[in-house]
Design a protein around this ligand. Structure first.
Ligand code: DGY
Length: 322
């Protein structure tokens, strides 16, 4: 019997590809080229499974062109690049990779928030440009982290892991806003208080966004929301770029409506709005939330195991987890 055909849409770890090759006829995007949507469709035609990242778009047009497809396994936790309803309608199972990246992504979120509050990007650029002449009292003075109020928008696994770092490690009072309130016991463990969106914006010293992207949260933080924040506040986004209105953010940073921002995700990534590059009080990283070697390997491995489970009739696939 011939092996099921699968596409590995990006050049992932060789040991995982070798494992997949034991069960599947595997095509890999070995050179890690960024494929156009048409190229992706071309490579996916005739395949039963796809191992993808958050860069590949699985939409209705692609699904129609790939009727043999049975499984789409992303190595990311976010799956806003996949039309799950269209997949379901066509009988294509979709899996994501929750849990394995929670702590690593929380580490990056916290690091980005700290770099933003303590102006690490600006001061490093200053030093590298050879501009350092003398120390002075207001020299790159930023905002404290310890004891400051940590606001979290989206209190899922990553939000809770950040709350733990802030509350237990840095003595930060934690406030959060989420679709639903956490159980009292978890709130107590995290020292976290549920507040309205308005209170979150008004009271946070450092606001961090971890909410998954959906059309309902598109531009959830725009001009009216930024206007509610403290002029000393920082805003960090490690979720998806579309949650913040970047034009309004640039304006808020230019006019010092808020102190600074840290962004790991962008609306049009990998294209970055040049206006974001022109403001000094911002720290920018290229979507590296889960980027530790160990975690990236675990993510790819989980996606591979899901693919194996779905295309092997004897095993049970893991359900999609928000
Ligand atoms: C995720 O897993 O969703 C990360 O943002 C990488 O895409």
């Amino acid at each position: 019997m011939s092996k099921p055909k699968i596409l590995v849409a990006r050049a992932i770890f060789l040991d995982i590809i070798d494992q997949l090759r034991t069960k599947f006829d595997v095509e890999v995007n070995e050179y890690d080229d960024i494929w156009t949507q048409d190229e992706l469709i071309l490579h996916l035609q005739g395949k039963q499974g796809a191992l993808i990242t958050s860069s590949e778009k699985i939409d209705a047009k692609l699904l129609k062109a790939c009727p043999e497809l049975r499984a789409v396994c992303t190595l990311a936790v976010g799956y806003n690049n996949i039309d799950v309803a269209a997949c379901t309608a066509q009988g294509v199972l979709v899996t994501n990779a929750p849990n394995v990246l929670t702590e690593t992504t929380a580490d990056l979120g916290f690091a980005l928030m700290m770099a933003t509050a303590r102006r690490i990007g600006e001061s490093e650029r200053f030093l590298r440009e050879g501009l350092w002449r003398q120390w002075d009292i207001g020299f790159f003075a930023g905002q404290d982290i310890h004891g400051a109020t940590l606001g979290i928008l989206g209190m899922g696994r990553i939000g809770q892991a950040i709350a733990k770092r802030g509350s237990h490690g840095f003595g930060m009072p934690v406030i959060y806003h989420n679709r639903s309130r956490l159980a009292l016991e978890i709130e107590q463990q995290l020292n976290a208080r549920y507040v309205s969106k308005e209170e979150l914006l008004q009271q946070s010293d450092h606001l961090i966004i971890t909410v998954p992207y959906s059309p309902e949260v598109h531009h959830f933080i725009g001009q009216p929301e930024l206007a509610m924040m403290k002029p000393t506040a920082t805003l960090t986004n490690i979720a998806r770029g579309g949650i913040i209105d970047e034009v309004a953010l640039v304006e808020a940073l230019r006019t010092h409506q808020i102190a600074a921002a840290g962004l790991d995700v962008f609306e049009g990534e990998p294209h970055i709005d040049p206006d974001l590059l022109s403001v000094p009080n911002i720290v920018l990283t290229p979507h590296i939330g889960s980027a530790s070697l160990k975690t990236r390997h675990a993510m790819a491995n989980l996606a591979a195991q899901n693919l194996l489970a779905i295309l092997d009739p004897n095993s049970t696939p893991q359900p999609l987890t928000a």
